[in-house]
Design a protein around this ligand. Structure first.
Ligand code: HEC
Length: 129
């Protein structure tokens, strides 16, 4: 009787541990299928990538967002980056004002802003499904 009880406790512990491992794994799995459509890539290339790339000398911008490293993140990290992108573009915080004073041709047009906001919002929603 006692041994059956011990067996039961052990198997419940085993199930709990493997369930925990499984959820942990899905949380830390990189979502390499992350894809940026061509029109969005063109916007990033024109106005964002120079500061937000893996080799950027600007530690601050690199630390916040590496556009060329988005596929090396987990889904939840990607969702978070996407919602930040839509937020800063909507507020007109990016590209930074100082940068635009020097390179006014890098400013986003209204249509580009809309495309970037729509894409980042919709893609975040899709990934969250
Ligand atoms: C001239 C360099 C530069 C350019 C160009 C630039 N950024 Fe940034 N970006 C920064 C810096 C610096 C920060 C960090 C600001 C801080 O920490 O206060 C930042 C922060 C961010 C963040 C993080 C905001 C947060 O709250 O975590 C996002 C998202 C972002 N930028 C998106 C963009 C997008 C999208 C573009 C293009 C439309 C862009 N940036 C263009 C320099 C740049």
């Amino acid at each position: 009787m006692k041994s059956i009880f011990i067996l039961l406790v052990l198997s419940i512990a085993g199930i709990t541990i493997s369930a925990f491992n499984f959820s942990n794994k899905t949380n830390t799995m990189l979502n390499e299928t992350f894809e940026v459509p061509e029109n969005i890539n063109a916007i990033f290339d024109k106005s964002c990538i120079m500061c937000h790339n893996k080799e950027s000398k600007n530690e601050k911008s690199r630390g916040k967002l590496m556009i060329d490293g988005l596929s090396e993140l987990t889904k939840s990290q990607q969702i978070s980056k996407l919602s930040k992108i839509s937020k800063v573009v909507k507020k007109g915080e990016m590209p930074p004002e100082k940068f635009l004073a020097k390179y006014p041709e890098k400013a986003l047009s209204d249509a580009e802003k809309k495309s970037l906001i729509d894409w980042s919002k919709n893609y975040a929603k899709e990934l969250a499904k």
